[in-house]
Design a protein. Structure first.
Length: 182
């Protein structure tokens, strides 16, 4: 029995030691500046500070980076986007815009189309506030929520049935009357 408990304890501890980053997490030891910038609450300045203070053994070591305190660390942990892999790697060097040059005009057009597609996706994902004004509330454009009136008709019919049943219940029956009451 003791061997079985020790076996499961060893497996549990091994998982803690060899914890790897999952596919959607960002490894802070090897991530580029733009990847670190994807983490909410981390801007370019904090991302650069994370890169400068690299070689983290755990996520708690992020407090060694300038500008990251306990509150920021808790926000990063709550998102679950950042992790520290057990292997420490060298920082990834980003290519600057001057180093990336399209080879032909066709490549330039493809790059422009990709940029335009990304902009369209960003525009679609943008959430706009709802401005309610009396003119827009009663307009035909906003009547799609009022299109299904079956519930209202059902409620009216139900109320009519209740009224009929209450009238029938309290109406005196002829059988209840005594023949001597006259």
């Amino acid at each position: 029995m003791k061997k079985l408990i020790l076996f499961f304890l060893a497996i549990f501890l091994f998982q803690l030691v060899v914890a790897e980053c999952s596919g959607n997490q960002i490894d802070v030891n090897s991530a580029s500046l733009s990847e670190l910038d994807e983490i909410t609450g981390i801007g370019p300045a904090k991302a650069q500070a994370i890169i400068d203070a690299r070689q983290y053994e755990s996520l708690d070591d992020l407090t060694n980076a300038y500008g990251i305190g306990p509150a920021t660390l808790e926000r990063i942990k709550s998102q679950g986007l950042a992790c520290v892999s057990s292997e420490v790697t060298e920082p990834v060097k980003e290519q600057s815009d001057s180093e990336v040059k399209p080879e032909s005009e066709e490549d330039n057009l493809n790059e422009l189309k990709n940029f335009a597609d990304k902009k369209v996706e960003q525009e679609e994902a943008r959430i706009e506030a709802i401005n309610l004004m009396p003119q827009t509330i009663k307009s035909e454009e906003n009547s799609e929520g009022l299109g299904n009136k079956r519930a209202i008709y059902g409620l009216v019919i139900f109320c009519i049935l209740l009224a009929i049943l209450s009238i029938v219940k309290y109406k005196p029956k002829k059988e209840d009357q005594n023949e001597f009451d006259e």
